[in-house]
Design a protein around this ligand. Sequence first.
Ligand code: ARG
Length: 565
Amino acid sequence: MNYKSYIAERLKIEGLTKEEVADAIEVPPDLTMGDYALPCFRFAKIFRKPPALIAETLKAEYKTDEVITSAVAVNGYLNFRVNKIGLIKETLSRIAEEGERYGSSDEGKGKTIVIDYSSINIAKPFHIGHLSTTVIGGALYRIFKYLGYNTVGINHLGDYGTQFGKLIYAYKAWGNREEVEKGGIKELTRLYVKYHKEAETHPEADDKAREYFRLIENGDEECVGLFSWFKELTLKDVNKIYDELGIKFDSYAGESFYNDKMQPVIDELEEKGLLKTSDGAKIVDLEEYGMPPCLILRSDGASLYATRDLAAACYRKAHYDFYKCLYVVAYQQNLHFRQIFKVLELMGKPWAKDLVHVAYGMVSLLDENGNQVAMSTREGKVVLLEDVLAKCREKALEIIENKNPDLENKEETARMVGNGAVVFAALSNSKIKDIAFSYDKILNFDGETGPYCQYTAARIKSVLRKGGEPKKYEIGAVTDEEYALISCLAEFPETVRQAAEKLEPFYITRYAINLSSLFNKFYMGCRIIGEEENVMNFRLDVCKSALRTLGNALSLLGIKVPEKM
Ligand code: ARG
């Protein structure tokens, strides 16, 4: 049972839907006033009445029952008490029944959500700048699937552009098959950086590079062969990281996939009178909407990033008939997405409103002294994601060696903890905030981190190993710690729904932290093993339910739970 919607159903507020009322209901930080509260401040403007009076009026109309036993108006809040035993029974039995489906729903049945994420560039290093899109997209993918949506994950590869001509130039000039095969992206980056040094003094290299790129486009066997090989090598390298992080895609249709799909879109723009010529280039004028023009074709006839995105959006609508299409891309591309969404709207595509740019902030790494580690792709100075992950696993192993030297599968556990720490850190804030992380902070077992949640889960597993399967029990008196923990468990389905609605996986990380901390308070305050039989079995059931819920939350984030830590 969801108490917020239970209350919302019985609270009639003019002009607000049931969902809006449910969203307005909060769990107060201090449970002494009530188990749920409706703050009436935000309604004051709508009803032109003081919040306290609104709360009073709503209270007078609200009928309590055996589930919601009281409704009290205090200082502009309407506070509700639920029947604790009812909530506890309901929650624990629901978790037992639904198991790994607890928190899921079928609200998305029959709807398709396309998620464009990670979308790496071929032959470019996979640096920490790609961490957010990869893990935010991965989490949204799992969350929507969990809510019954048909999800399509697309890695919109950056595999088009003159840089591939440059790479062919560099490979032919200084490359060697074995070195490239062995070094993968690292060697390709070295060649690319060398090319830019060369082009500074030999600008004619750019002409040659452009020529190679044209050859790729025209299907020249040698150039296409090299290009495909670079692509294969890049994917082989990044797939190691995707495997490590549990990231999956249903399609790798990248920019070059749209080579033969742009012309119809350009024709349509022309037909609808949207194309203008400006300095020989073809543009869509967006001045009226306060934006610079969207460039469709350069004066030499070459298409652009935006042209391919227009074709991609049309293709996705035709191919997947999406309900929503999400683009998990850094906020630096805000303008680009506003432009292409507007162009599609001007083309009369009713589904343009279903395209969503899920923007996120920058990620940077801090060194031991708290200074930001600088990056520059052109100079080849980047923080590689694979190095960050490797370092985290190594540090996790050190911590484990220290804390628990006798642990079996130390390596395996360190892997889960190190990877989990990075993923959790990247999902720890509202996605639009810039994040700067340091190894010590994200690996802190007592902080608001992935390892803290994993440690809590491992602790619960150990209690359950000692205590065994809970047997039948009657619920007697309930402590505050027990109740706070169980009402948090009851909130999980609602949290998942909100994370999806707001496109914020961080609702789930925050939830996992909160659940872990409430579990630890319960664990400190309530003896489990050795307690009287009835109480022990109840508490074991609470442990089991907490583990299940925490496990479900972490798996939505792509984080594994070790047996022991
Ligand atoms: N490859 C691009 C980049 O690294 C991101 C592509 C995002 N997806 C898209 N459909 N434009 O900046």
